[in-house]
Design a protein around this ligand. Sequence first.
Ligand code: PLP
Length: 443
Amino acid sequence: MNSHTPIDAVQIAEAELAPAFKVYTARHLQQIEQLQQLPEQLKHEMEVVSSVLPFRVNNYVIEQLINWDDAINDPMFQLTFPQRGMLKPEHFDAVEAALATEDKAEIKRVVNEVRQALNPHPAGQMEHNIPRVNGEPVNGIQHKYNETVLFFPSSGQVCHSYCTFCFRWAQFVGDQSLKIAAKESGQLCDYLREHPEVTDVLITGGDPMVMKTKNLRAYLEPLLEPEFDHIRTIRIGSKALTFWPYRFVTDEDSDDLMDLFRDIIAAGKHLAFMAHYNHWREMGTDIHRQAVARIRETGAHIRSQGPLLNHINTEADDWAKMWQTQVELGIQPYYMFVERDTGAQHYFEVPLAQAWNTYRDAMKQVSGIARTARGPSMSATPGKVEIQGVTEINGEKVFVLRFIQGRNPDWVQRPFFAAYDEKATWLNHLKPAFGEEKFFFED
Ligand SMILES: *Cc1c(COP(=O)(O)O)cnc(C)c1O
């Protein structure tokens, strides 16, 4: 602080640097000033959609990320605000009619019915990936691929804002039967003790970065003990760099968080911060740059991942610019995903063939340093399937595919072929090429 600066100016500067977190949900749509300039009909549609799909947005996103002069076409607006098209017309009409009755039981019934029709738990995550300790299913853990266990701490099952396309949307609608969450890490530790093959623990949610540092520390510290030496990497999946970068710079316990990161690294582990990004527009503020720099200073490594989405990021130029910006900030591009088969998929989906073209056109524009993102990749029931390309073999046009991860590790890296289909948007739309009856992994 400069001693000549008037004290009021200093206070104002600090307030600008760190606004108080303010959150708006479906009940607060009328209180968002910037929305009031939009047509009434749009706000009504938002009310209908947000009674089915989760909606939550904060002051940083509203004030610093969204361009309100062209909101409807703004990727940050599409990323956070509900749009009519996110529900299919028949679902929209049913919910709109139910809301008009003002009958709570009726609204609940219709909303639940629509949610159930939106495949709330894609890729068999409720049936296939929930592990057991002493024969009992463990809450808040998923274990699909040998090396990596996903952990969902119960206090991290919310985000600073919600993404409209979120494949974990069912976690946020308050229906306990749709929820995956662990109250404490005791069962995680029991499970990891029995599974020396696990090298990575991925803390996910929601967003674990909404937790107070002391809660996060309580979950993570036990993993730093020698009995968990087989855990080599701790990953934290988070959108907080986009939705609340103050978490890492000016929040009350930001410094404690950086200390926790340092402690994990001092214990000899790799700390992988898996940052969710969809657009270079998420990276433009000073506070974002400061947050990235602070995380990197601890020795943690930031990687980026996110899906390709209609209405948000279909342009190859935007991907190239995003990856290049990330590289310059010290963030390594990791995955480009295909929008999953849940929630508002029909609104955001892009044909696989188009997704591959976007990927390729983006790759062409950047140097090898920024070509580290794998994809486009579908997180499907049998595994993560990458579209490697489109080609012709003996006169038949085909997709070339491979497993990046497989429910069976032996499937990994094996190329396989599907008949080309211009419209297909997900693995289950594809048929084997060359007249074969089944894909090799379907036996
Ligand atoms: C993507 C994913 C992982 C991690 O896979 P990596 O290829 O190691 O990044 C782990 N578990 C599940 C269920 C996943 O979808």
